[in-house]
Structure formats: structure tokens, C-alpha cells
Design a protein around this ligand. Sequence first.
Ligand code: NAP
Length: 479
Amino acid sequence: MNDVPKQLFIGGSWRDAADAATFPVDDPATGLVIARVADAGPKDARLAEEAAVAAQPDWGRTAPRERSEILRRAYEIMLSRVDELALLMTSEMGKPLAQARGEVAYAAEFFRWFAEEAVRIDGGYGVLPDGRTRMVLMRRPVGPCLLVTPWNFPLAMGTRKIGPAIAAGCTMVLKPAPQTPLSALALAGILREAGLPDGVLNVVTTSRAGEVVEPLLRGGRIRKLSFTGSTEVGRLLLAQCADAVLRTSMELGGNAPFIVFEDADPAAAVDGAMTAKLRNMGEACTAANRFFVHRSLAGEFGRRLADRMGALVVGPGTAEGVDIGPLIDGAGRAKVEDLVADAAGRGARVLTGGITPDGPGHFYPPTVLTEVHPASRLMQTEIFGPVAAVLVFDDEDEVVRRADDTPWGLVGYVYTEGLDRALRVGERLDVGMVGVNTGLVSNPAAPFGGIKQSGLGREGGRVGIEEFLEYKYLAVPVR
Ligand code: NAP
């Protein structure tokens, strides 16, 4: 921890906040402070913006191969430091080390993917319908970007934005979540080591998000916001982006349905449910929030899931053999407790879990609820914890209607052995991604994102870089 930078990273230098302020970073497994980092205010934000704006013209003209090779080197550095990055992430965020190692590899993969995309930015040439005018179509970087990230995947949510921004030739200011600034600062150090020029990436850690972000969004020099976080904050930031008419990419919340049809393989469905529910202790936008199980399988599914979830080891993410780490903070745990109490108060049966353990840390046990009343609050809000709510359905039309009865549309999961049913339901669900007989959809090579109030735009895949590119064309009449 000692060698991780704890200052702001602006214009290629590490520096304290202008007013020398710092804020504490806690270990959610103990509640103890593990570090203090610089606490940027509006003055620091302006400096970071200036650095990004000043670096943009030269950076936008760099050879794509140069940008590609920086990303490739950063990918390799990350992979050479999996253990230390994983430990850092677990210390500030809580996920078990094995999952943290998985996230380092996943996060690094965005750098490799976008290293490959950087050299594939294309344009076009066309004869317009008048037969006379030629169109030369080119792509250009959007310009300086503001990247705002959440705490739940501290490295991957950063690389999923930084990777395409570098590939496209954009400069940026990154504002990570205050719970997990150390991972973001480590990332800045790695990119510097990989040869990223000064000013291309600037990192402002802060406990004063509104004071730092709003002036940049309204100021007219930042050209794009790429945000990952809750729908509530996303909506607020979209309004702030309106003044300067910024491009936006918004990766917001979810309320994923997980549907188990009568022809599903029950064992495979329970395996998939474990992944879709418990990755990151359930603190994922992709977490299955509502389990719809066909009446003929519901009893068996609930029992099997409760057996598996009840057998998991809860403890500090750094300890050997732990499956479920702490939740991020006291507020996150209190929300989960309230949602479970609300569901139980409306008649839900608690098959396992449901009791907060004593002692330090923000731990909550894996919990399975059945006979959940549809009016329960956890049906209409992200649980963001290791709680599975099992509901019963009878037919396909009914379950699709109920699955879509939410303002969100990020991801859905479908378990069935029938190919035509998988395709039919996969097409019908109002979401941006569907896992068919799998509990995991995230992949750097696929376009990640949602519809409805789950967001705008996509990250990753072939389209990920598009979010950071503009079109421009030259009209050339030929005599
Ligand atoms: P959050 O509260 O919305 O915060 C996200 C980021 O926005 C943080 O850096 C936060 O900093 C900042 N922020 C909050 N209020 C702000 C304001 N008024 N002005 C400027 N910045 C502000 O979300 P979170 O609790 O960190 O993350 C969990 C949420 O992210 C969940 O809803 C989850 O579904 C979503 N998520 C979505 C995806 C996806 O790809 N769709 C991926 C991961 C997570 P402060 O905390 O300092 O306010």
C-alpha cells in the first residue's frame, strides 16, 4: 500500500490538492482507515481540465500504432502485477482475492482489446448521388473527456473507458469513486510507465464530487462525459451535460431478471444463478435481482440455491477460502437489510441467511427468499447485495411481461434447453444483453450496455471506440 501514489495525477505529475485536503480510504472488512488520498476541489479540477485540453491537439495527431503500443504495454504491466493489484483492490473494496485477480485480468483485457482497435479506425470514400461530388469520410477524436467511475469494479470500470479513449486519441480527466481511489491511481502509474504522454490522463480523487464534476461539465471545454454509476446520479449529470451539449455514454443501474423455464437443466440454472447473483457479492449492475422460476421447478431451485449459498464462507476478502467479502460500506449494508426486512414483512420465507453478523466490517450473509410478494421493494430497486429473491411463474408471455416491468433494461438471463425459446425470449426481453444458459455476459469483445433507464451507448466490442470518435466528411465536387 505504501508505494501506491496517493496524490492527484495532473499533467504527468503527482501533486497534493491545492488546499492540501485529504480524505480517508477504509477497508470495508474492518472499517479501519488504510490510506489518505488527496481530496481535489474545483481549483484542482480546473488544472486537470487545462492539462487535458492542452494535451489534446498533439495527442489527437499521434500515430494510431503509438497509441496501440502504449495500451499493449499497459496490458502487459497489469498482467505482470496481478497479485499486487488484486490485493490493493480487495483492501479498499472488499471482494475476495480470487475475484479481484479475475478483475485485474478482465480490466487488462480492455487495454489489449483497444490496443487492437486503435489501428482499425477507418474512414470512407464515396460518390454522392449527383455523380459529381466525392465524399471523403474521416473519424476524429471527440476531444477531452470526463470519465466518472463507481467503486464496484475499481479497475475494470476505469480501463473500459480509458482504453477506448486512448485508442481514439482523446485526452481525459478521470474521477474515480471515493471508496476506491487507490486502484485508479495505480492505473495512472501503470499508464505513465507504459509511455502515456503527460496530460493525456489526469486523475482527480475527491470526496467533493459535485464541486469537481459540475464545473467541468458546464464549462464548455470538456467535450464528453462517460459515466458509470447509478441511474439517479446519471440523470442528474445528463442534465448538467445539456448546457454545453456534451456527448455522453451512460452505464447505469440494472434490475436483471433471471428466468428458469420448465425445460431448463436445474443444476446448470443453479450454477448460473450463483454467478449472476454472487459475483462481487451481488454488488454488480449485472447482478440477477429477480429470479423467475417456472412453478414446476421453483421448489427444487430454491432449495438447491439455498444449500449452495448457505454453504459459502463469509469473511475478509484477503483471507484464504473466503467466497463472500464485506459490502462496500454501512449504507450499502443497511439498504440490503431494509430490503430483506421489507420482503419478509410482506410474507417472504427466508430459506438461508437474512441475519447480519456481529463484529466489525460490513458483512451480510448470502440470503435466499422465496414466496416474495410482487409489491416488495426489492422488485423495483437494485439489491446490490448477496440476496436472491425467487418468484414463481406459469407461462412465457407472463414471465416476459413481468421481467420487463421495470424502468431498467441492462441485462437478462434465460435458462432453457429449447433453442427456439432461447431465441424468442432473448429477442423479446427489453434489455441490452441476454445471457442464454450462462450467468455471465461481460466480455471486452462484446458491446456492454443497456436500454431504457440503464443507459446510453455501449462499452467494449467493436462499437466501444465509436463512443470516443466523431464523424467528419469533406465534400469535394470533381470537375
Ligand atoms: P453512484 O453513487 O452513482 O456514483 C458513481 C460515481 O458518480 C462516483 O464516482 C460518485 O462519486 C459520482 N457521483 C455521485 N454523485 C455525483 C454528483 N452529484 N456529481 C458528480 N459525480 C457524482 O454509483 P456507485 O454507488 O458508485 O455505483 C453503483 C451503481 O453503479 C449501481 O447503480 C450500479 O448498477 C451502477 N453500475 C453500472 C454499471 C454499468 O455498466 N451499467 C457498472 C457498474 C456499476 P461520489 O461517491 O463521491 O458521489
